[in-house]
Design a binder for this molecule. Structure first.
Ligand code: NDP
Length: 287
């Protein structure tokens, strides 16, 4: 039987560790603070932001949400971000995407102080991990690493195939696995004969957004399969991997839901703590 890698259990382990780190920081008078900036009234974004707030509260962190109207100008949004950059009590800033079309997302990303960039999307932080000296990894990528590490799945020397190359998930995940000495193959929509590559994978990460893209014939026997995809099919959530058939062949596999998803918000809290301790030169307190 393959091992089903339970993201809920792993996320709980990460949060237990975070509670200790937050307790250490609070014992010296520091309460890590995450501020989310939400533009407009998109219901899915609002619900996601609320779940972030609840988790921050539960862990004993400070949290805040800045609600801005959908009509906010780019200049006003950037000024809001700059105020948060200048606020010494704020450790992490997250601007919730998507932004309205009249706002240049790149310009807003670049306005966030890299030392407070919890998402790890600022060009400076992307440059840091692209050059092999990461400060912060994007949350989903960081979550995938926790799943592998806490499940004792070794990375060094393994062939890792990533399907997807988005700036949010696919590309940083390839960079992370490369940093941890995997041999990385990065596939995308223009890849010819995808199966030729996926069959080589010791670790297969799929982050595309197409239900059933990867079936049992695409997976090498005993491989670790990490399914990032989230798709709604007939009212239920499924990944990009056909779980039923692939679990017969994989050595280990993440389910959807309950695999990578639970780690993503948790790693946002983890990144806030990382930034809170680094910014103050307090790494030894935050561990
Ligand atoms: P994007 O749409 O930004 O990127 C999709 C990637 O898949 C692109 O690189 C694209 O290639 C590639 N692709 C598309 N079709 C194919 C194909 N047929 N074969 C190979 N590659 C293909 O999506 P995201 O990266 O933002 O998200 C991917 C999935 O992960 C979505 O389902 C999303 O909902 C989910 N997700 C889940 C999270 C979680 O916490 N579990 C967090 C974030 C996302 P190209 O670059 O050539 O266009």
């Amino acid at each position: 039987m393959p091992r089903v890698l339970d993201g809920k259990v792993i996320a709980e382990q990460v949060r237990e560790n975070l509670k200790d780190r937050i307790e250490n920081l609070r014992s010296i008078g520091i309460q890590p603070k995450l501020v989310v900036v939400l533009v407009g009234d998109d219901a899915a974004s609002a619900s996601y932001v609320r779940s972030k707030q609840r988790m921050a509260d539960k862990l004993g962190m400070a949290g805040d949400v800045r609600f801005l109207p959908v009509t906010v100008t780019q200049g006003e949004l950037i000024r809001e971000v700059e105020q948060l950059n200048a606020d010494p009590t704020v450790d992490g800033i997250l601007v919730q995407f998507p932004l309205p079309s009249h706002i240049d997302t790149e310009a807003v990303l670049a306005a966030v102080d890299p030392d407070k960039d919890v998402d790890g999307f600022h060009p400076y932080n992307v440059g840091r991990y692209a050059t092999g000296s990461p400060v912060i990894w994007p949350c989903t990528t960081a979550g995938i690493y926790e799943i592998l590490k806490r499940s004792d799945i070794s990375i060094a020397g393994k062939t890792a195939v990533i399907v997807g190359r988005s700036q949010i998930v696919g590309w940083p995940t390839g960079q992370l696995l490369l940093t941890h000495n995997a041999t990385v193959i990065q596939c995308h929509s223009k890849t010819e004969d995808l199966r030729k590559f996926t069959l080589q994978a010791d670790i297969l990460v799929v982050a595309v957004g197409q239900a059933g893209l990867i079936g049992a014939d695409d997976v090498r026997s005993g491989a670790t399969v990490i399914d990032v995809g989230i798709n709604r099919v007939d009212g239920r959530l499924v990944g990009d991997v056909d779980f039923e058939s692939v679990q017969e062949k994989a050595g280990a596999i993440t389910p959807v839901p309950g695999g990578v998803g639970p780690l993503t918000v948790t790693m946002l809290m983890h990144n806030t703590i990382e930034l809170a301790t680094r910014r103050r030169g307090l790494e030894k307190w935050g561990r």
